[in-house]
Design a protein around this ligand. Structure first.
Ligand code: PHE
Length: 353
């Protein structure tokens, strides 16, 4: 029996030496340590042996079992190491290959212009005031002196938001201009001290929406930057000075400006500001439609009714307001031919800026 055990041990260890893969290793384990292996048979037969032989044979059988288990574990670990080594070699990384370039982000051209406008007005003491994009008819139109059915509304076709309830003359809509922010801002400032509302100097930037056919020249969404200054003794001269200064800072010290009479229900008097065409220097070209001038914004003195709607007494306060389309500034500056590029998310367009 003892020599059988020696033979088992010898055979098992020799066979283990030649094993090079995991599945062979598993069958080795079944043959030499499994329930039907010769070694286990020895354990089974222990009870049938003469009493005095049992301790020696039992001890030796245990030794062999432990030796085989230890050898198995060692072999298993060395196979694992070898497999790891092979995969490290075959899947080796070539760190000298050039990396994949990371695409660098940049600011959208509309954002670039907006930030420039913020900076310029910031230097003139205007703060940024953010107002909501989803408005009511009351704020977008009525409080700005457009009564229901007023013909001036034709200029600003609107997207209505279906709130599921009939709100009569005050439906919810997407703002068609940033001007409703004038009322919201004035009311907020006036609430700080209703007897003595503080002066206001703000710009109100943000998206506006109009229900229009999308063409190369008109989009359903666009940015505006509204300006509002309210205080005592603010005059049309302040309006002209502020906006002429703005034009010089954007287009250069020598740019000429002109104000043309216009009409908006919420300003009186109203005007549009043109700058001399910087493409042709005023001589007339296709960009300025041969007029020599480019229209860049609408403006005027805040209408007394609008001041009152904002909580400012028009007998004491005056103010000016303006509204410009920064996309138009960007288009003119970069000679962009199609306004649809702005929101189309086409890399070929965006990467140029
Ligand atoms: N809200 C006007 C528009 O969208 C522009 C404007 C703003 C005109 C403020 C005068 C004063 O056309």
């Amino acid at each position: 029996m003892l020599s059988t055990l020696d033979q088992i041990e010898k055979k098992a260890l020799t066979e283990l030496e030649n094993i090079t893969d995991e599945s062979a290793l598993q069958s080795w384990r079944v043959s030499f340590l499994g329930r039907n292996s010769p070694l286990m048979k020895v354990f089974d037969q222990l009870g049938t042996l003469p009493r005095e032989e049992r301790p020696a044979i039992g001890r030796r059988a245990n030794e062999v079992k432990q030796a085989l288990e230890a050898a198995f574990n060692a072999r298993s670990e060395s196979l694992r190491q070898a497999a790891l080594q092979r995969s490290l070699e075959s899947e080796r990384l070539d760190v000298t290959l050039p990396g994949r370039p990371v695409r660098r982000g940049r600011l959208h051209p509309a954002t670039q212009t907006l930030r420039e406008v913020y900076r310029i007005f910031g230097e003139m003491g205007f703060q940024i005031y953010r107002s909501r994009e989803v408005e009511t008819d009351e704020f977008n139109f009525q409080l700005l002196n457009f009564p229901p059915n007023h013909p001036a509304r034709d200029m600003q076709d609107t997207f209505f938001v279906d709130a599921g309830v009939d709100r009569g003359d005050n439906p919810i809509l997407l703002r068609t201009h940033t001007s409703p922010g004038q009322i919201r801002a004035m009311r907020e400032f006036a609430a700080m001290d209703p007897q003595n509302p503080p002066p206001i100097r703000i710009i109100l930037p943000g998206m506006c929406f109009r229900y229009e056919q999308v063409t190369a020249r008109s989009e359903v969404q666009f940015n505006q930057v509204e300006g509002l200054a309210v205080g005592e003794n603010i005059t049309f001269g302040d309006l002209k000075g502020t906006l002429s200064d703005f034009a010089r800072r954007v287009y250069g010290q020598h740019v000429r400006t002109r104000f043309r009479a216009s009409h908006f229900p919420f300003t009186e008097p109203s005007a549009e500001m043109d700058i001399e065409c910087f493409v042709c220097g005023g001589a007339g070209c296709p960009i300025c439609k041969r007029t020599g001038w480019l229209e860049i914004l609408g403006c005027g003195m805040v209408h007394p009714v609008v001041l009152r709607n904002g909580g400012y007494d028009p007998r004491r306060y005056t103010g000016f307001a303006f509204g410009m389309g920064p996309e138009r500034i960007t288009i003119l500056r970069h000679k962009i031919e199609d306004i649809r590029n702005f929101w189309a998310n086409d890399f070929r367009f965006l990467q140029q800026f």
